[in-house]
Design a binder for this molecule. Structure first.
Ligand SMILES: *Cc1c(COP(=O)(O)O)cnc(C)c1O
Length: 378
């Protein structure tokens, strides 16, 4: 018997105290009792997002907040600049296309971070309403230079920086206000240690002004309406009350651990996984600028990465992720975002090592675990 272990980069495991909180009887959303919950959560989200501005709470998966950022900031006549370095970066362009918006796309080789000079060059040549970027590109495990991107438009009142921080908020230190990020998007099922269903979006003053000027059709994802509502400690439509109560407990856990300790834990787990996989003789997809949320490893010639995923599922009752699109069969991805500790990483690495041996890879058993333990238990 193996206990089920969810080690994918989202959805991620939910702590016991959060599960218990969400199992309590349903509160009515238009009551002082629930408004007190939202008030606390609202303060906590500002703290996690490192912003004085409001952070909207939407009942949607992360993509809902991404779509909302596009339809609320853009106008019909505007052009967007989308950075596409993987499945999620590609989504920004797809959303623009879906709404009939003009956009230019910077294609980045999968696994690489975007080159700032290339973005700066685009900005010199054309007026863009917004840059749509990804902080941690979950499909490739690459981390993009958000601070540098923000610096490009921080003092430009006509161009916003919108960041998909869905696997970055609560993992990497991203000081929203200090860097000048206009919209930072996240979701509940990654570092927030909740079930899927909540999306978040911070809104700078610049973003708010742009939302006032936007002439695109919208209804459910109306950021101005949500902004008004959150200031009254509520949401525009029926609140996902159980998830928000769960979030209240998550924020309590975050406070208990401390933001810098949360970042440090993710940094350490990620480093241990990367070094251990290298000790197994594997190459990492994102060597130059790796995300601390997820690690993607390439399997050796002749070994299908999908088989590693399958063996982990069948032999160890463990879920990790494979590759997408042209990386299918070539990489597997281990999530270390959210409710994980050093021993979780040891389990995942031990299982991966066993799977590789089963597939005929010649490696020294246990070496990678020693490498990981040295980093994890320092
Ligand atoms: C998970 C994820 C998303 C959101 O996906 P949803 O399925 O809509 O929650 C977006 N961007 C990144 C980088 C992600 O990891």
């Amino acid at each position: 018997m193996y206990r089920y272990r969810l080690m994918a980069p989202g959805p991620t495991p939910v702590p016991e105290s959060v599960l218990t909180k969400m199992a309590l009887p349903i509160l009515h959303h238009r009551t002082p009792a629930f408004e007190a919950v939202v008030e606390e959560v609202r303060k906590g989200l500002k703290w996690v997002f490192q912003t004085k501005s409001e952070v909207l709470i939407l009942a949607a998966s992360g993509t809902g907040a991404m779509e909302g950022a596009v339809t609320n900031l853009m106008r019909k006549s505007d052009v967007a600049l989308c950075i596409n370095g993987g499945k999620f970066g590609e989504r920004w362009g797809k959303i623009c296309k879906g709404h009939g918006l003009a956009y230019d796309e910077i294609k980045v080789e999968w696994g690489q971070p975007v080159k700032i000079e290339e973005v700066a060059e685009h900005l010199k040549n054309k007026k863009y309403r917004a840059i749509f970027a990804t902080a941690s590109e979950t499909s490739t495990a690459a981390y993009h230079p958000i601070k540098e991107l923000a610096a490009l438009v921080k003092n430009d009142p006509e161009t916003a920086l919108v960041v998909d921080g869905i696997t970055a908020v609560g993992v990497h230190d991203i000081p929203t206000d200090e860097w000048g990020i206009d919209v930072l998007v996240s979701g509940s099922q990654k570092a927030f240690m909740l079930p899927p269903g909540l999306a978040f979006a911070s809104l700078s003053d610049k973003a708010l002004k742009m939302a006032q000027e936007s002439d695109l059709p919208k209804f459910y994802f109306n950021f101005l309406k949500e902004h008004e509502a959150i200031q009254k400690n509520t949401t525009a439509f029926t609140s996902p009350v159980s998830l928000i109560s769960g979030l209240q407990e998550v924020l309590r856990l975050f406070k208990e651990e401390g933001l810098s300790n949360i970042f440090e834990r993710h940094t350490r787990l990620a480093k241990a996984v990367r070094e251990a996989l290298k000790a197994m003789g594997l190459k990492l997809l994102a060597e130059e600028a790796p995300s601390n949320a997820v690690t993607a490893a390439l399997t050796p010639e002749g070994i299908n990465a999908g088989d590693v995923v399958k063996i982990l599922k069948n032999d160890f009752n463990m879920t990790i992720a494979g590759g997408q699109d042209h990386l299918k069969g070539k990489i597997f991805r281990i999530g270390h975002i959210g409710y994980y500790d050093p021993m979780d990483m040891i389990s995942a690495l031990a299982a991966v090592e066993s799977a590789l041996v089963k597939l005929g890879v010649n490696l020294e058993r246990g070496k990678s675990l020693g490498v990981a333990l040295d980093i994890l238990t320092k």
